[in-house]
Design a protein around this ligand. Structure first.
Ligand SMILES: NC(=O)c1ccc[n+]([C@@H]2O[C@H](COP(=O)([O-])OP(=O)(O)OC[C@H]3O[C@@H](n4cnc5c(N)ncnc54)[C@H](O)[C@@H]3O)[C@@H](O)[C@H]2O)c1
Ligand SMILES: [Zn+2]
Length: 380
């Protein structure tokens, strides 16, 4: 009974572009037009624009600005439908409403695989609409224009999308690299302070697991970052994006085929805490708490020097994160480790810290010790 096998391997190159520009929708800024329709392109490029409702409420002119932008490039750009406002925030990922709305609009606009879905919004909306755009015709070109710090430095520039399903965060989704990402700092001005701070959690995360120098920079700039100073936030976003992209494009596993989720430090607890809160706990704050737990675990197991652990706590506190969520059932929280493993498939693989800037993947957790660490952080 010898099986007959035809076996081939293939590789697909992706051109991954993250552009940094200001005032992306000002008609005299050609960045978006040049992306959609390079000069000399024979046909006009068709697109539909989806806008996060929270962003729209804070920036009502965005709809007319977007339409005016397209009108300024006749023969090169064409809006296939008027801009569409969709629910933003985690609610966008709770059910199929935003997913379905996006699918309907793309169908109505007769968008094909050479047209563009332009998504303007926070990480949750980008995840939900991006999942729909990846599914329609098995993938409509997607341009992400993130409007939160967290989405500009992390969520918006990754290759993943998804929605929550059956009570589990990101249970459905896909790996679908966007055609391009445009990071425009000026879109962040309307973001309330606590949400600006959320983004810093992901910055601390990449510093801790990948780049000691960047963590030290955050350490020295904790105060201006906590106050929302422009120069520091601009630098942090840019550096985070660089580190993330390096991981995605250079580490050999962009679609996470291996057992590790290399950029998910602190995320097993974060995702479970978000779920336990009925998704009212914002992702950034949850990640800060999740990191605190795993930093303490790293210290208590002797992997990380105590003094380095103290530095991380000082930075998280200095940025304005607090870990008090009221009473939390730690046994339920620990169930997040099993869910994390399930999401990966195969072996448990959790990132801990060996030093500032060096993450280490471990396959076994001392559950009693982890219970103690969760308790210590959540119920001091
Ligand atoms: N795909 C990935 O790789 C990835 C990575 C990290 C996080 N995520 C996901 O991203 C989500 C969190 O994203 P987030 O932190 O960007 O928050 P969010 O998308 O939940 O947005 C937070 C709130 O801000 C509003 N908003 C957005 N931009 C605004 C602006 N400029 N001014 C005023 N209000 C604005 C939104 O409407 C929403 O109410 C989570 O669901 C998380 O799982 C995905
Ligand atoms: Zn995250």
């Amino acid at each position: 009974l010898q099986p007959f096998e035809i076996r081939n391997a293939f590789a697909v190159p992706f051109d991954y572009r993250v552009l940094f520009t200001d005032f992306v929708l000002r008609p005299d800024n050609p960045a978006l037009a040049d992306l959609l329709s390079p000069v000399g392109h024979a046909h006009s490029s068709r697109a539909v624009i989806f806008i996060d409702r929270g962003f729209h409420e804070a920036n009502p002119a965005v709809i007319t600005d977007a339409a005016a932008y397209f009108s300024a490039y006749p023969g090169r750009l064409k809006l296939a439908e008027p801009p569409v406002v969709v629910t933003g925030g985690e609610t966008a990922k709770h059910d199929f409403a935003v997913f379905e709305q996006t699918v309907q609009v793309l169908r109505q606009a007769k968008l094909d695989r050479h047209s563009y879905a332009i998504l303007i919004g926070g990480g949750a909306m980008l995840d939900a609409c991006g999942f729909a755009a990846a599914a329609v015709h098995r993938g409509v070109r997607t341009i992400r224009i993130p409007t939160t710090v967290l989405a500009q430095n992390d969520a918006g520039i990754g290759v993943k999308n998804g929605i929550d399903f059956l009570g589990q965060k990101n249970f459905l989704g896909s790996f679908y690299p966007p055609y391009a990402v445009i990071n425009d700092y000026t879109l962040l001005t309307s973001l309330p302070m606590p949400m600006k701070r959320d983004g810093h959690a992901e910055a601390v995360k990449v510093g801790l697991i990948r780049d000691a120098a960047f963590f030290e920079w955050i350490e020295q700039n904790t105060l201006p970052l906590s106050l929302g100073e422009e120069a520091q936030i601009r630098y942090a976003i840019r550096r985070c994006a660089e580190i993330h992209l390096k991981q995605i494009t250079g580490a050999g596993d962009p679609f996470e085929r291996g057992s590790a989720r290399p950029l998910d430090f602190g995320h097993w607890a974060a995702h479970k805490l978000e779920q336990m809160s009925g998704f009212t706990l914002r992702h950034g704050r949850a990640v800060a708490i999740g990191m605190a737990i795993d930093v303490l675990y790293s210290v208590r197991t002797g992997m990380l020097p105590e003094a380095d652990g103290q530095r991380v706590f000082r930075v998280l506190n200095g940025l304005g994160f607090d870990f008090n969520l009221g009473p939390i059932d730690v046994n339920v929280l620990l169930g997040g480790l099993a869910e994390f493993q399930e999401h990966l498939g195969g072996e448990l693989c959790v990132t801990m810290l060996q030093a500032i800037g060096i993450g280490v993947e471990i396959g076994q957790i001392d559950m009693d010790l982890m219970r103690t660490c969760c308790d210590r952080i959540l119920h001091p």
